[in-house]
Ligand binder design. Structure first.
Ligand code: MG
Length: 328
């Protein structure tokens, strides 16, 4: 039976082995002994060559050996446990102790108009504190990479990708944000896999949330709709048929870099596709690319948001963004 995970004595024992055990003795069936600089995986057991391992970590640690052996699977795992215990302190908001519980003097959040939800027939209204990036009328807040006016087609309340005109980017730069965007895939569907209704939402112009017609369209998992492209497949495929309006609600926290360019923390992204959780606070490994996962490269905390021209006439409507001022 598995040892209890967090018994105090076992934790102490594991901690000792984690911190002290850096040499071990190997005793083999032929009577030869050798010293390994690495802690063997099967401490206290014979391996396939008939060798038996035991620790040489001093009297103090030997006292714990009977505790250590059931915990051998934790020798390295405990490092992860200890580090993992720090994660909430790094990632989660902390209760502000300047205010006592239910303090009547604590400032209340600002009041906003939350707007309205969209229907298939009409786009909803953005929250009152959002920056509306596309309201169905024009692409004045967007441009191509060279700065020229966006050449995508705008009609009937939507913007449609015009093949070979290129990606479009917001004039304004954004970092940590809540982004709402709606899209509709071409009807009738043409071609298959990545060639069917491909576009993409490029957070900070670098991190692609795939837009694809993934309704009854097989492709690789980390390239289907709402995937963090090439890195994280969605938890479920919540796609609607082509021609119907679909939505992404994205919570994004950009990466942070030290002044020398070192990565301090990776980006984080959570996505609802058509209201369904599909990415749960995942950490991109770096910018998204086809066929590779390049590492992070230092960049500003805010960069323009991009939409991809992949050659397919994908339509967009009701795009708005709320900048997040999260405590660091
Ligand atoms: Mg794409």
């Amino acid at each position: 039976m598995a040892a209890p995970l967090f018994g105090v004595r076992r934790l102490a024992a594991a901690f000792l082995t984690t911190t002290i055990s850096c040499a071990s003795t190997r005793v083999c069936a032929d009577g030869k002994a050798g010293v390994s600089s690495r802690t063997p995986k099967k401490t206290g057991r014979s391996n396939s060559k008939g060798c038996r391992f035991s620790f040489k970590i001093g009297v103090q640690s030997r006292l714990f050996l009977s505790e250590v052996q059931p915990m051998r699977k934790f020798q390295f795992g405990m490092i992860g446990v200890l580090l993992f215990s720090l994660v909430p302190a790094i990632c989660n908001a902390q209760v502000d102790t300047r205010w006592k519980i239910h303090d009547p003097n604590r400032p209340v959040p600002p009041v906003i108009d939350p707007g309205t939800s969209s229907t298939q027939d009409s786009a909803g209204r953005a929250p009152s504190d959002a920056v509306v990036l596309f309201d169905g009328k024009d692409l004045a807040k967007w441009a191509h990479k060279d700065g020229s006016a966006a050449k995508w087609k705008v009609e009937n309340g939507y913007a449609e990708v015009v093949a070979k005109t290129g990606y479009i980017y917001t004039h304004e730069a954004f970092g940590d944000c809540q982004l709402h965007i709606e899209f509709s895939e071409p009807v009738p569907p043409k071609r298959e896999s990545q060639e069917r209704g491909n576009s993409g939402v490029f957070l900070m112009g670098l991190y692609e949330i795939q837009v694809l017609d993934s309704y009854e369209n097989k492709t690789y998992a980390d390239g289907q709709a709402s995937a963090v492209y090439g890195q994280y497949p969605p938890l479920v495929n919540a796609s609607r048929p082509p021609g119907q309006w679909q939505s992404y609600d994205i919570i994004f926290h950009g990466p942070r870099f030290a002044s020398d360019g070192k990565l301090l923390r990776p980006a984080r992204v959570t996505i609802l596709h058509n209201g369904v959780l599909v990415q749960d606070n995942v950490e991109p490994t770096g910018p998204t690319e086809h066929g590779e996962r390049p590492p992070y490269k230092a960049h500003p905390e805010k960069l323009p948001l991009g939409l991809q021209d992949h050659g397919d006439p994908v339509r967009y409507r009701n795009i708005w963004i709320r900048e997040l001022k999260t405590a660091e």
